[in-house]
Design a protein around this ligand. Structure first.
Ligand SMILES: Nc1ncnc2c1ncn2[C@@H]1O[C@H](COP(=O)(O)OP(=O)(O)OP(=O)(O)O)[C@@H](O)[C@H]1O
Ligand SMILES: Nc1ncnc2c1ncn2[C@@H]1O[C@H](COP(=O)(O)O)[C@@H](O)[C@H]1O
Length: 188
């Protein structure tokens, strides 16, 4: 399992689990949110364009995100595998990823959906306290997730490589369930 896609609402634990798996599997954890936040901090052209969308909890325009992902997947450390966290975020991005991969004769191995009830997400995000973790922005990010990203669960289910993991347990329990789900998909 070396090309993995994490899907889940804000606060479902994608970043937490992807970081752990990245260490264990020695493959890069590619978080579009982290890359965009670094760009904002460094005031690059990308960061300056992305900031107003991120502050409001809107999706950054697809063309910006697709360029950054394409570039990132071409880097040396991503040739043996990767874990995508926060991308794709809508159907256009999911289809563009398929094209990027197939043009290199590649494919993803598994998409993982971390399922967590909304009231737990809000509590976790308010506790995390990132700049976009305010009550109003969280509500908006959840709305954007439900409208734009949630349909990808069916997209990946149709692809036959979706694993659903309950994310409303301890970090350690989720890690263990995830390991089990990935091991089962290798042996099946
Ligand atoms: N299983 C868990 N139980 C309790 N808290 C958790 C769990 N997993 C993650 N958290 C905490 O919840 C918060 C959100 O987790 P994380 O940043 O991994 O989510 P995310 O899905 O990457 O969110 P986003 O999409 O907003 O970046 C963090 O403060 C993290 O420490
Ligand atoms: N794939 C993405 N498409 C559009 N916008 C994105 C994408 N990934 C991240 N963003 C923007 O960054 C913030 C934070 O993302 P997290 O994944 O929650 O760290 C998000 O609200 C978008 O504005």
């Amino acid at each position: 399992m070396s090309r993995l896609i994490f899907i889940g609402p804000p606060g479902s634990g994608k970043g937490t689990q992807a970081a752990e798996l990245s260490k264990r599997e020695n493959i890069p954890h590619i978080s579009t949110g982290d890359i965009l936040r670094n760009s904002v901090q460094e005031q690059t052209k990308l960061g300056l364009e992305a900031k107003s969308y991120m502050d409001k909890g809107e999706l950054v325009p697809d063309r910006l995100v697709l360029d950054l992902v394409q570039e990132r997947l071409q880097q040396d450390d991503a040739q043996k595998g990767w874990i995508l966290d926060g991308f794709p975020r809508n159907t256009l991005q999911a289809e563009a990823l398929q094209q990027m991969l197939s043009s290199n004769n590649n494919d993803y191995d598994c998409a993982i959906f971390l399922d967590v009830p909304e009231e737990i997400l809000v509590e976790r995000l308010l506790g995390r306290g990132r700049a976009d973790d305010t009550t109003e922005t969280i509500r908006h990010r959840l709305k954007v997730y439900n409208e734009e990203t949630q349909p990808l669960i069916q997209f990946y289910r149709d692809g036959g490589k979706l694993k659903e993991v309950k994310g409303d347990r301890s970090v350690e329990q989720v890690t263990q369930d995830l390991q089990g789900a990935l091991a089962a998909s290798i042996s099946s």
